[in-house]
Design a protein around this ligand. Structure first.
Ligand code: CP
Ligand code: NVA
Length: 309
């Protein structure tokens, strides 16, 4: 454990909320949980979940992670709580702080998550916003570390939309010194603020590369990663985006341009034969389901850091 644990009682709203040492610590802890090398108990601690968007992996992995720590979870469905009827965030946050020990929130505007964090006296975790998906990035880099045992010389290429998943991959990749390449259609580049922050973290080495050419980007890559072209909340842009992203599918031909031992990642859910072909998803190089499992181990580690004294 890092001593003193600087993550205790902190929020995790962004990959920017943790340092390089803290990410490495969380990943080490996650590996220890996964290999059953440690047993940390947070008996009677309660995790509140507020999900304004659908979720399978994040919700269930948080529930199981908390249960493995000896605690419990309360799933506050916005439709059946007063949240969905417009109770102000500042009221909900102050009330839930008195019942729960930590709260994970999935919502649209990142500013709403920040508003919860402002009023909550308990740690708030970003379970995905339109801007970031930092818990996903922890599991992604855990999966990469399991494969390559080091981040040095790893080249990760994300092919697709410069979205929330890409943003957290960029920021966490910058903390870990990983070369991150983004290949997206023109107009779908990552948020300039995220790019600027990543460049500040990388300092001298410019290890973040943004291009509009997936074939050039994957050349020599060790990790190929993609996500849906239309994220939750973008349902009305689906037709337009399907056209704009033509040529950005991870298919067997594109995979052959990467390093021969390259692994394939996808945060899921996937639309087969849109952003990734069925053959690539089911190929030997795919680590997609190991990556999904790692959500649970990474979040168990994160929770244990935030809940510890
Ligand atoms: N990857 C991910 O966050 O999946 P869910 O939307 O199912 O939680
Ligand atoms: N970018 C996707 C990720 C889903 C886990 C979305 O926001 O819908």
């Amino acid at each position: 454990m890092l001593k003193p644990n600087k993550l205790a009682n902190k929020n995790f709203l962004s990959s920017l909320d943790i340092s390089t040492n803290e990410v490495i610590h969380i990943l080490e802890l996650a590996k220890n949980f996964k290999n059953k090398k440690i047993n940390i108990e947070f008996k009677n601690k309660v995790l509140g979940l507020i999900f304004d968007k659908s979720s399978t992996r994040t919700r269930v992995s948080f529930q199981v992670a908390m249960s493995r720590l000896g605690g419990t979870t309360i799933d506050l469905n916005p439709k059946t709580s007063q949240i969905g009827r417009g109770e102000p965030i500042k009221d909900t946050a102050r009330v839930l702080s008195r019942y729960c020990d930590v709260i994970a929130i999935r919502t649209f505007d990142h500013s709403n998550l920040e508003e919860y964090a402002k009023w909550s006296t308990k740690p708030v975790i970003n379970a995905l916003t339109d801007l970031e998906h930092p818990c996903q990035a922890l599991a992604d880099y855990l999966t990469i570390h399991e494969e390559f045992h080091d981040f040095k010389d790893v080249i990760l290429t994300f092919i697709g939309d410069g979205n929330n998943v890409a943003h957290s991959l960029i920021l966490c990749g910058a903390l870990l010194g990983v070369e991150v390449r983004i290949a997206c259609p023109k107009g779908y580049e990552p948020d300039p603020f995220v790019i600027q922050k990543a460049r500040e973290i990388y300092k001298i080495d410019n290890l973040l590369k943004i291009s509009n050419d997936p074939y050039a980007a994957v050349n020599g890559s060790n990790v190929l990663y993609t996500d849906v072209w239309s994220s939750m909340g973008e349902e009305d842009q689906k037709k337009e985006k399907d056209t704009d992203f033509d040529g950005f599918t991870i298919d067997s031909d594109l995979v052959t341009k990467a390093d021969k031992d390259a692994i394939i990642l996808h945060c899921l859910p996937a639309y087969r034969n849109k952003e990734i072909t069925d053959a690539v998803m089911e190929s030997e190089n795919s680590r997609i389901f190991q990556q999904a499992e790692n959500r649970m181990h990474a979040q168990q580690a994160l929770l244990s850091c935030l809940l510890s004294k």
